[in-house]
Ligand binder design. Structure first.
Ligand code: NAP
Ligand code: ZN
Length: 350
C-alpha cells in the first residue's frame, strides 16, 4: 500500500507553499523507506517553486537536502537497515548503465531523476522532495551519514556541500592551491569550509561589505569586495580556480583577470545567457576557461560526507518550522540567513 505523506508544496509559480498530502510508493525490492528528520532549504528549491528555470512540474514538494532514519528496506537492500541515519540529495535515480553512470557521475546521465519535479523511470509518477514526512528511494541513491556528525548541520551537505566539493575535487584543489569562492550563501559558505579543509588558500568574492568577519571565521584567508575596483585589481592573476555561486545574471568579465594562466572559473549558480557578454580575448590570450558543474555523483557525495565526518565539517544552519518556509524564501532572496535554513520535519507531525 502506498503511504499517505504530509508535506508542503507549491501549486503554481505565484502562490506560496501550502500543506499538501500525497502518496509515497510501496517499496520496490531495492528501495529504502526513510522517515525524514531534517531538510535543508536550497536556492534551487525557490527557483523551482517559482519556475525561474521553466519546466517545473506542479504540484511540487521541494527539498533535496534530506536527513532521516531508515524505517524499512526492500528485499534486495544490503547496505542499510532500519534505524540507520541516512541522507538523500538531489538525485534519486539514473539509467545506471551509461558512461557517466559507470563512472559514478550520475548527475550527468541524460536519464537522471531529480528528487522533485522529475519523472520516475519506472512508474512515470512525478517525484516529490524532502519538505515532507518520509521518502522512498532506491538504495543506490541513499548516502551513509558518518557517526557522530550533527544531523541538522549535515543536511546541507547533501546539495550545498557536494555542489562545492565536486568542482574543488575535479579541478584538483589541495594544499597550496589558490581558490576563490564567489557569493557567501548556502553554497558559498560550504565552499569556504571545504576548500580550507583541503589545504587551499581561500578568497571570498562578495558584494556584501558586512560579511568579512564571518567569511574569515568560515575559512577565508582573504575577502574581496567585488564593488571595490582597487580590491579587484589587487587580486589580479591570483587564482587557479574560482567557483561562482551567484544565482542571478552578473558580469563575469571582472573576474577573468583574477585567474592565473590556465585558470578556470566554474559556474554553479547562474543558468542562462550571460549579460553583459563575456569577452573571450583574455580567455584565448591566457588559456583560461569558463566552465560549469552540476551537484556531484553518488560516490563523490559519500566521499564528501566521510571527509566532513573526519574533519568535523557541517553547515552553519538556522532551524525553521515547516510552516515558516515562505518567510524563509523571502529572507533567502535578501541573503538574510547564516548560512542555510534547515526545516525541522517534526514540525510537520506536530
Ligand atoms: P544563497 O544561499 O541564496 O546564496 C547566494 C549568494 O549569492 C548570496 O548569499 C550572495 O552572496 C550572492 N549574490 C550575489 N548577487 C546576488 C543576487 N542578485 N541575489 C542573491 N544573491 C546574490 O543560494 P545557494 O543556495 O547558495 O545557491 C546559489 C545558486 O546555486 C542558486 O542559483 C542555486 O539554484 C544554485 N545551485 C546550483 C547547484 C549545481 O549543482 N550547480 C546546486 C545547488 C544550488 P554575497 O552577499 O556574499 O555576494
Ligand atoms: Zn540544492
Amino acid at each position: 500500500m502506498p503511504t499517505i505523506t504530509r508535506g508542503y508544496a507549491a501549486h503554481s509559480a505565484t502562490t506560496p507553499l501550502v500543506p499538501f498530502s500525497f502518496d509515497r510508493r510501496e517499496l520496490r525490492p531495492d528501495d529504502v523507506a526513510i522517515e525524514l528528520l531534517y531538510c535543508g532549504v536550497c536556492h534551487s528549491d525557490l527557483h523551482t517553486a517559482r519556475n525561474d528555470w521553466g519546466g517545473t512540474l506542479y504540484t511540487v514538494v521541494p527539498g533535496h537536502e534530506m536527513i532521516g532514519r531508515v524505517t524499512a528496506v526492500g528485499q534486495d537492500v544490503t547496505r542499510f537497515k532500519p534505524g540507520d541515519h541516512v541522507g538523500v540529495g538531489c538525485l534519486v535515480d539514473s539509467c545506471r548503465h551509461c558512461t557517466p553512470c559507470d563512472h559514478g557521475l550520475e548527475q550527468y546521465c541524460t536519464e537522471k531523476v531529480f528528487s522533485y519535479s522529475s519523472v520516475d523511470l519506472h512508474d512515470h509518477s512525478v517525484t516529490q522532495g524532502g519538505y515532507s514526512e518520509r521518502v522512498v528511494v532506491s538504495e543506490r541513491f541513499v548516502l551513509r551519514i558518518p557517526e557522530g556528525i550533527d544531523l541538522k548541520g549535515a543536511a546541507p551537505l547533501l546539495c550545498a556541500g557536494i555542489t562545492m566539493w565536486s568542482p574543488l575535487r575535479h579541478w584538483n584543489v589541495g594544499k597550496g592551491s589558490h581558490v576563490a569562492i564567489t557569493g557567501l550563501g548556502g553554497l558559498g559558505h560550504m565552499g569556504l569550509k571545504l576548500a580550507k579543509a583541503m589545504g587551499a588558500h581561500v578568497t571570498l568574492f562578495t558584494r556584501s561589505p558586512g560579511k568579512e568577519a564571518d567569511a574569515r571565521r568560515l575559512g577565508a584567508d582573504e575577502v574581496v569586495l567585488t564593488s571595490d575596483e582597487k580590491q579587484m585589481t589587487a587580486a589580479t592573476a591570483k587564482f587557479e580556480l574560482i567557483v561562482d555561486t551567484v544565482p542571478y545574471v552578473h558580469d563575469l568579465n571582472p573576474y577573468i583577470p583574477t585567474l592565473k594562466v590556465d585558470g578556470t572559473l566554474v559556474l554553479v549558480g547562474f543558468l542562462g545567457p550571460l549579460e553583459p557578454e563575456l569577452n573571450t580575448v583574455p580567455l584565448v590570450l591566457e588559456r583560461k576557461a569558463v566552465a560549469g558543474s552540476l551537484i556531484g555523483g553518488i560516490p563523490e557525495t559519500q566521499e564528501m560526507l566521510d571527509f566532513c565526518g573526519t574533519n568535523a565539517i557541517t553547515a552553519d544552519v538556522e532551524m525553521i518550522r515547516m510552516q515558516e518556509i515562505n518567510e524563509a524564501y523571502e529572507r533567502m532572496l535578501k541573503s538574510d540567513v547564516k548560512y542555510r535554513f534547515v526545516i525541522d520535519i517534526a514540525s510537520l507531525r506536530a
